[in-house]
Design a protein around this ligand. Sequence first.
Ligand code: GDP
Length: 444
Amino acid sequence: MASALTEKLSRLVKQIRGQARITEANVQDMLREVRMALLEADVALPVVRDFIARVKDKALGQEVVGSLTPGQALVGIIHRELAATMGEGVADVNLATQPPAVILMAGLQGAGKTTTTAKLAKWLIERRRKKVLTVSGDVYRPAAIEQLRTVTRQAGAEWFPSSPDQKPLEIARAALDHARRHYFDVLIVDTAGRLAIDEAMMQEIRALHAELKPVETLFVVDAMQGQDAVNTARAFKEALPLTGIVLTKLDGDSRGGAALSVRAVTGAPIKFAGVSEKIDGLELFDAERHAGRILGMGDIVALVEQVTAGVDLQQAQKLAAKVKSGGFDLEDFLEQIRQMKKMGGLSSLLDKLPAQLAAKAGEADLDRAERDLRRKEGIICAMTPEERRHPEIIKASRKRRIAAGAGVQVQEVNRLLKEFEQMQAMMKKMKGGGLMKWMKRLGG
Ligand code: GDP
């Protein structure tokens, strides 16, 4: 999602990451920036205030204390709070009722109701193996009924006919009756929208709700609507007990803030995200992932957290001191490999990277790298402690013994020693910088 909010926050995140120490003053500064970014992205003011207060509480409290790099910890807090503001975990659709389960679609004209009705039908057929019927209650726009018929056919679901001379309630009753008689699992009811909130429309959808007793009442809203989305959401929430939100057009140049506000204003979970115009462009909404997208960095924050959580702080400081004094030896190299294993290995780290990066690394490369690491561990383990501390004493006969002990060729022992030498040289230059850089060296 290429949005203004994404850009602002990712720029900000880069700045924050560089901060070595978090003080009350720079937390204030950073949060002022975050607040501006959110407001500019059309997140509603009360939502922003609440969000900032929660982040501040955590930032000044326990959470950043003792963390390896407080700047990263703060980014982690922002990430978690963004996700929490938009929901918990991945939402799901509720069909737990005597079939047919009725899903009522509500929202303004142009929000994407009809498109989403068909996408949802397809999703339910494919992902939940359901028999799905759709019907349109939009008696004001014959074209809307026709549009639903077309997209329902594309979805492979069945369409129940309706016409402009019927009343919406009549249509609803007939469709429900048909769904019962023909053993449909789900009936999705598309409704009439207006360009703006309109009392007659609200009354109509309230009556439909009372008649159909839907198990899901989904409010469909265009993510590109910005502030207007908030007002619309509020009006629909007052008229109807919404059970979920569908955020459409997240693929577009959305300002991203709608997801934050709409959830906060309605209290209803965001269940689905529309991510393309196509019939299969619907996804279950994943708050965690969306927060990552807003921050513009995939799950890099989670990666950073995992790295910092897995590493023993004292151990890391000890290593940093050793590097500074030039005393980094194979014993420490071994310790690094073990730390990495403790964190779940390379593949678990790779899972957290943005898709493009992960794809670049590739499964095969990863397997090779993991195997390589294990072999290196084996070689170092075959050395005596003395040899680990002073690799320069390892001459030909010792190399042969080590290779035999580790079950590898002598060339591999040579390669490891050479790599280690280069690494030591590099570390001397780096003078204790970047844990991540060590990690990268280790994986290579
Ligand atoms: P309705 O008036 O609420 O029924 O809205 P429609 O379903 O007719 O959708 C309005 C427009 O938005 C159509 O051109 C759709 O193709 C488009 N649309 C709906 N959902 C999405 C989406 O998730 N992504 C994109 N790019 N376009 C969408």
